[in-house]
Structure formats: C-alpha cells, structure tokens
Write a protein that binds this ligand. Structure first.
Ligand code: CMC
Length: 392
C-alpha cells in the first residue's frame, strides 16, 4: 500500500533538475544553456554546440581549438571492434548494430568505465562524441557490403561523417560544403531535447551506477522506436507508401479515423503544441539542399510537400495542434543526400549522443542523485492461497 501520484507517460512529472536545455512548448521555444536553437543552427557548428552542452558556456577560440583537437584524437575505434561488426548479419538494421557495438565499448575501453573518477568521465564523454560517427558510418558500410572507411581528421565533424559514409577506396570523394553544412545542422538540431524518452532512459540506466557506454546503448535502443527517433525512417517509408499526390486524402482520412491505428509520421509532439522550432530551421535547410541538388521532380518529395499543405489545412490537425516535427523534414534532407531510410535513426542517435552524455554528466555531478525507482498502482489479485496443480 502507499499513496502514489499516477502519471502515465510522465506527462506532468519532473524527474530531475537541469541547466542544459529549456523548452517552452506553447511558444515553440528551445534554448540550449540559454541560446536559441535557431541562432545556434545558423551561427554555430556542431562541435561548438557539443562544448556548450557539456561545459555550460560557449568556448573561447582557444577552448574550441583544444576541444576539437581532443575529439579528433578519438575518432578511430579499436581495430578489434571491426571483428565485432563482422559478426552481424549483412542485412542487420544499422540501429541493431549500433546498440550492440556501443554496448560492447565497455569491453574495449575499461579505462573510462570508472564513473567515480571525473577524469575518466571526461574521457568517456569525448570518446562517445568522437566515435559515434565512425560507428554509424561503419554500420552503414557493412550493411551495403563496402569496405570500412577510416576517419579523416583533417575534415570537420560533419564532412568526416559524409566521407566515411560515401567515400569508396578506389574513387576520389569531395564533400560538398553545402551538404556538409546541412549535415551539421541536422546534428545541431538533434543535439539535445531535455527529458525525452531516450534521455530519461539514459538517466534511469545511469542512476544504478551503470557504465556510460551501457547507458548510451540503452538510450539508442529507446530512440529506435517509431514514436521517437524511429519516426524519421517511418515518415519516409510512409511517404513512399503514399506514393503519389492523389492518394494523400486517403491517408489523411486514415490518420483521423479513431479505429485505424495509422498516424501521420513526422507530425505531432508531446511538448510542442504550436510549432517545433527545429522543424522551422530544418524546412529551410531542406529547401536549400533540394535546390542545390536540383531535385524537383522526386515523387517522395512532392508527396511530402503536398501532405504538409493538406494536413496543415485540415481542421483535425489544427484542433489537436499537430504540426510537422523535426523528423518530417530531416528525412527529406537525408533522402536527398542519398542516405537509405535505415540510416536516418542512426544519424539521430549520433547527433543526440552529446545530449545523452551531457545529461549523464550533470546527473552524476548532482550530489542528491539517487537510483530511479518509480512505483505503480497495483490492480491485480489480492493475497490468495496456493493451489496444487492436480486440484486446479
Ligand atoms: N497523426 C494523427 N493523429 C495524431 C498524431 C499523428 N501523428 N499524433 C497525435 N495524434 C492524435 C492522437 O490520436 C490523439 O487524439 P485523441 O486526443 O483524439 O485521442 C491526440 O492527437 C494526442 O495524441 P497523443 O498520442 O495523446 O499525444 P502524445 O503527446 O502522447 O504523443 C507523439 C506525441 C509524438 C508520440 C505523437 O504525436 C505521434 O505518435 N506522432 C507520430 C510519430 C512522430 O512523428 N514522432 C516524432 C516525435 S518528434 C522527435 C522525437 O521525439 O524523436
């Protein structure tokens, strides 16, 4: 017995205090350490945002240079981990590979699993941020049967990721600066989002004292679901299933039908009820990328544009305050860049790693933190006598 607050989905429970990210859902406001997301997306770059999330303030030029050098030093993964990749089936989803490989990192980097030592926590943070693009790119290369491409430390974070995904040993590959900028924006716009499901998962896993690699692997597993990070893949698959503009009304009708579980993927948000500020920037970026690549007649993108228009004009979506979210436009950009849909959620995971790590670090440095242990409302049988099997 006991009196507990019943709050399914934790819609009104604050699980921690934090100084990292602020969201005002009604105003469509997202701030990292006080800086608005649109300013960061426009003026900053991903590694600077990583520094901001990890260390409270924007770095000075010298601090930024030192941070970038540190991250660059950790981009390779232990050579033995290549064998770990090779143990997976060729057609494994890259998210499945990532959950496994990141979980296994604690077997390779013992020296940064002692969470009681702040220096080791620091090294684990840098390792995670540096190695996630390498791991995501390797998961991709493995799934298409191409050789792994080693990181190039003369490139910036986003360009290096594109290089590891799209370069092939026998050919010259030049990263287009506009695509690299668009990739970097996708990273920035996904970097952190306060106590969402995967971040709460990381914090809950960490509350038991689990090592950082295990905690991040738990976060990746949670992110994979279609209601969360998996929405970007699900959204593009939905657009492909719709297939042509004339079928849009049929799918909008299905999304409105209470007896049909179908939802418009890439629409709606738990916190944003006016607009998703990340989606605003992402939409602009999508236009730039499509323009650059000269893509106008792609049927998927035509369906996306028309679906957005028709849904926004529909009273059902207006009344329920359902707007395109970040995953709606990021999928369009990634599709145009040539990523298969299976890579969309891994790219979200690598971008969110800094958010998970910053929240993990904040939690561990809070002297009041304790193991997370929700209670329940028990609705089952009260005590009853055991009956022998022959008497049932
Ligand atoms: N299409 C059609 N109806 C919807 C949708 C949708 N995408 N989203 C919510 N609704 C309806 C829902 O049926 C419910 O109606 P009613 O009040 O009549 O029962 C109402 O809107 C409220 O929905 P909810 O499920 O109670 O809201 P929630 O805050 O629990 O869920 C959500 C938020 C994002 C899970 C949900 O909007 C959804 O499933 N969207 C599609 C998946 C998606 O795009 N997820 C990405 C979220 S943003 C990035 C991230 O977190 O990774």
């Amino acid at each position: 017995a006991g009196v507990f607050t019943y709050d399914p989905g934790y819609t009104s429970t604050a699980s921690c205090d934090s100084t990292i990210t602020y969201i005002d859902g009604a105003k469509g406001e997202l701030l990292h350490r006080g800086y608005p997301i649109d300013q960061l997306a426009e003026k900053s770059h991903y590694l600077e945002v990583c520094y901001l999330l990890l260390y409270d303030n924007l770095p000075t030029a010298a601090e930024l240079e030192a941070f970038e050098a540190t991250i660059t030093r950790h981009t390779m993964i232990h050579e033995q981990m290549h064998n770990f990749f090779r143990g997976f089936r060729r057609d494994a989803h890259p998210m499945a590979t990532m959950v496994g490989v990141v979980g296994a990192m604690s077997a390779f980097y013992h020296d940064s699993t002692d969470i009681s030592d702040p220096r080791q926590r620091e090294i684990a943070s840098h390792r995670m941020i540096a190695k996630m693009p390498t791991i995501a790119a390797m998961a991709y290369k493995y799934s298409i049967g191409q050789p792994f491409v080693y990181p190039r430390n003369d490139l910036d974070y986003a360009s290096n990721f594109l290089h590891m995904c799209f370069a092939v040993p026998a050919e010259q590959y030049e990263v287009d600066p506009i695509l690299s900028r668009a990739m970097d924006r996708i990273f920035i716009l996904h970097a952190d989002h306060e106590q969402n499901a995967s971040t709460s998962t990381v914090r809950l896993a960490s509350s038991s004292g689990a090592n950082p690699f295990a905690c991040i692997a738990a976060g990746i597993a949670c992110l994979w679901g279609p209601a969360h990070g998996g929405a970007n893949q699900a959204c593009l698959e939905m657009l492909k299933e719709i297939g042509s503009v004339d079928r849009i009304p049929e799918f909008i009708a299905r999304a409105k039908d209470k007896d049909d579980p179908f939802r418009l993927m890439g629409f709606g948000h738990r916190v944003y009820k006016n607009f998703d500020p990340r989606a605003k920037v992402m939409k602009q970026s999508a236009d730039e990328v499509l323009d650059l690549l000269g893509i106008e007649n792609n049927p998927v993108l035509q369906v996306a544009k028309e679906l957005e228009k028709q849904a926004l004009d529909d009273p059902y979506f207006a009344e329920k305050k359902l707007f395109p979210n970040v995953d709606f436009y990021s999928g369009i950009i990634l599709e145009a860049m040539g990523f298969p849909t299976s890579m969309f959620t891994p790219i979200f995971a690598l971008s969110r790693t800094v958010g998970w790590i910053s929240q993990w670090k904040e939690q561990l440095s809070d002297p009041a933190h304790k193991i997370g242990r929700p209670r329940q409302l028990y609705l089952g049988e009260t005590a009853r006598e055991y009956v022998d099997v022959e008497d049932r």
